[in-house]
Ligand binder design. Structure first.
Ligand SMILES: [Zn+2]
Length: 559
């Protein structure tokens, strides 16, 4: 007797081959048979009209801490995600000796915008090494998790606070190499680093990995090459994408390992830049045959912020000094006409590439504090400023000052242009899923990258077949990360399964809930058309609600 029988669904097996109708039998957490099956089962689910696919594997999350208080990794699990990779962008919670824990928190707080109180209350540090972290994580999981070793933690572990002050010595690099090796031997799926020039800690210092010389990074990555294991994840940023692609190619040549680099996305401040990045990636990926993949987002990255918490002005010096000034000095700066002149020059008049869109017609008023200002919600700053005959910047600062800096704005940082997004998503060297699940909890939620991709881009924009789309969300990711028994529906493979309705699958707009440790608020995101998420043969989500089952495992690669 089977444990679970999925009857009459259409099988999208993850390989990209044509879909077909069949039943799937599960026993002991694995798929044991696929075909027309007549055996009996403890539980049979009717799959009429539904697609049965391997569970989606989210390659880029920051759920490192959240999985301890929320073992299902909500909201990822609502969207058919059965496995997540943590430890991205150089940020991992291990290795960390007790004296280095605060340095790791300082980096998470600012780069991933997770509040210090949440991390302090939510993490019970029971580990020093990566292996101990993986064991602690594995004690209670609803979905599966695999981890990268993060450069920032490794650097602090060896150099203490010197890690944010200087380059490493040869002896320190040797110790770091040893930590990377131990992490990989304990089951990590790769190594991540962060050279993003905008990434700073809570105390304004650059994150530790940014101080690494090229030779340090190269020699840490050599460990993966020597072991012939693991993925290299490079988190970059700033204007020089061409340089980042060249660097990714150099590291792929040097180590022979797959390199994931960040990222190809459309941005309003450089609307055609994505084409150049795709062409450059294509050159190294296809012509040189290097395993380089660019990450991209399936959902526009919405940035919601007030002048109490905004990070989108960090690259402008006058703005940054205002945002790091305490009240009331910050308000005085925003009110001062001479300073406004500088703020305008930096954010609007300067035309160099930036995260901030530099135009008021794509920045919306999201939420106001005073009832009399309600009429401005969901209008652009350009529209309302124009109606009052004011300059956009003056209006933006005036309403913020009037509301104690609590006025919330929203703009699309990236992926605002659908034509560009279609081309990026279709490219074979692009990996979908820069969800950043678990990070930036107050700005946006992109847990639903998979359902947005299937609903908006694959169904509504018809950019590719459903078979190819499922392949991109499953087998390709499993293959790059070396998860050799996931990502396909085949007898003998783990029974991680996403069940969805191709006609209705979609993602909802994020909503605020207050369910974090320390009673703090975050954004979650629900899905439409995903009736079942199955992990290791057990249903964990049924019609949008958790069943209480916690069958998740830490995934360690098999070679
Ligand atoms: Zn990230």
């Amino acid at each position: 007797m089977y444990d679970l029988l999925l009857k009459g669904g259409r099988i999208y097996d993850g390989s990209g081959m044509p879909s077909y109708y069949a039943d799937v039998a599960i026993e002991g957490g694995k798929i044991i048979e696929i075909g027309r099956l007549n055996g009996t089962a403890s539980r049979t689910l009717n799959m009429d009209g539904l697609a049965v696919a391997p569970g989606f594997i989210d390659p880029h999350t920051h759920l490192d801490a959240q999985l301890f208080w929320d073992p299902l990794g909500t909201s990822s699990c609502f969207h058919g995600v059965t496995s997540v990779i943590v430890g991205n962008c150089g940020l991992s919670l291990a290795p960390a000796k007790p004296e280095n824990r605060d340095a790791v928190i300082k980096s998470f707080v600012r780069v991933e915008a997770i509040s210090r109180r949440v991390l302090e209350e939510g993490i019970q540090w029971k580990w020093n090494s990566t292996g101990e972290y993986l064991n602690a994580l594995g004690t209670r999981l609803g979905i599966n998790a695999a981890a990268l070793v993060g450069h920032i933690a490794v650097r602090h572990c060896v150099m203490g606070e010197d890690a944010v002050e200087r380059q490493a010595t040869a002896a320190e690099i040797a110790k770091m190499r040893e930590l990377v090796r131990q992490g990989m031997e304990a089951g990590a799926v790769g190594f991540s680093t962060n050279q993003n020039p905008r990434h700073i800690r809570e105390d304004k210092k650059p994150v530790a990995s940014r101080l690494a010389a090229d030779e340090e990074l190269g020699s840490l990555l050599d460990v993966l090459g020597e072991m012939n294991r693991g993925v290299v994840q490079l988190s970059g940023g700033g204007a020089d994408a061409r340089g980042r692609i060249a660097y990714a190619a150099q590291m792929a040549r040097r180590t022979g390992r797959p390199v994931l680099w960040q990222s190809i996305n459309h941005s309003w401040s450089r609307p055609n830049h994505w084409q150049e990045m795709l062409a450059n990636t294509q050159r190294v990926f296809r012509e040189e045959g290097l395993p380089i993949y660019a990450m991209t987002q399936a959902k526009p990255f919405q940035n919601r912020y007030t002048l109490l918490d905004a990070q989108c002005f960090d690259e402008f010096p006058t703005w940054k000094s205002a945002m790091f000034s305490p009240m009331p000095a910050r308000k005085q700066m925003f009110a001062d006409p001479a300073i406004r002149k500088k703020l305008r020059a930096e954010a609007i008049e300067d035309q160099s590439p930036s995260v901030f869109p530099r135009r008021w017609d794509v920045i919306f008023v999201d939420h106001v504090k005073l009832p009399k200002n309600k009429i401005f919600e969901r209008k652009t700053v350009q529209e309302v400023a124009g109606a009052e005959g004011k300059d956009g910047l003056d209006w933006f600062l005036d309403i913020s000052l009037e509301e104690d800096l609590e006025t919330r704005f929203v703009h699309t940082n990236t992926q605002g242009d659908p034509k560009a997004v279609c081309e990026i998503l279709k490219h074979p060297a692009v990996m979908i899923g820069q969800s950043d699940a678990g990070a930036h909890m107050g700005y946006d939620a992109r847990f639903g990258y998979s359902t947005a991709f299937l609903g908006c881009w694959v169904r509504d924009h018809s950019i590719m077949s459903l078979e190819e789309a499922v392949n991109k969300l499953t087998f390709r990711v499993a293959s790059v990360f070396g998860l050799s028994d996931r990502g396909l529906l085949r007898p003998g493979f783990a029974a991680d399964i996403a069940v969805f309705d191709p006609a209705t699958v979609n993602t909802f707009e994020p909503e605020y809930v207050q369910d974090l440790p320390a009673n703090e608020t975050r954004m979650i995101q629900k899905a439409a058309g995903v009736p079942h998420t199955i992990v290791n043969g057990e249903v964990v989500i049924e019609n949008g609600a958790p069943t209480g089952a916690l069958p998740g495992k830490v995934l360690r690669p098999n070679g």
